[in-house]
Design a binder for this molecule. Structure first.
Ligand code: OFO
Length: 173
């Protein structure tokens, strides 16, 4: 693996942890306005991002590299509304998609076919990531200022399932 590829993949570990950090900041906002369903949905998102980061981390280790953990920047902490939070999440997902595409391009340039193959998973994943955030954004626009609509959506969001819940109180023994 070339230094260029290593540096870019190593940076992506950080970008993915930043995604988790940004979404945890949104969880904090949802909890503060008592929308537990939205908070639950976003907690699942936090876990997905940690998984994305660990996939990059593990891949570097598999390729005989030593990932170098970088500083995680402070995420946005002020959200004007639920809509604002989801708009920021979608903007961020689009940025991550552009990063993944950039990584694909660099892997092609460097003729690193193993990394190119590894990145395929992320290319597909980003389509889903953007879609799931955008779907909620559209629903929020649809219900506009309706409180009953919001409460219904909050209930629906609370049903999202995820296999391993690091937010469970008993998760860490
Ligand atoms: Fe949300 O996809 Fe990773 O960052």
């Amino acid at each position: 693996m070339t230094d260029r590829i290593f540096n870019e993949l190593n940076r992506q570990v950080n970008e993915e942890f930043y995604s988790a950090y940004l979404y945890l900041s949104i969880v904090s906002y949802f909890e503060s306005i008592n929308l537990q369903g939205f908070a639950h949905w976003m907690k699942a998102q936090v876990q997905e991002e940690i998984m994305h980061a660990m996939k990059f981390f593990n891949y570097l280790v598999e390729r005989g590299k030593k990932p170098e953990l970088l500083e995680i920047k402070k995420p946005e902490t002020k959200f004007e509304s639920i809509l604002d939070a989801f708009e920021k999440a979608l903007k961020h997902e689009k940025y991550i998609t552009s990063r993944i595409w950039e990584l694909v391009k660099i892997s092609e340039d460097e003729k690193d076919y193993a990394t190119l193959d590894f990145l395929k998973w992320y290319v597909k994943e980003q389509v889903e990531e953007e879609l799931s955030v955008d779907t909620i954004l559209q629903k929020l626009k649809m219900i506009s200022n309706s409180n009953s609509g919001l409460l219904y959506l909050d209930k629906e969001m609370g049903k999202r399932e995820y296999p391993q819940n690091i937010f469970d109180k008993g998760y860490i023994d």
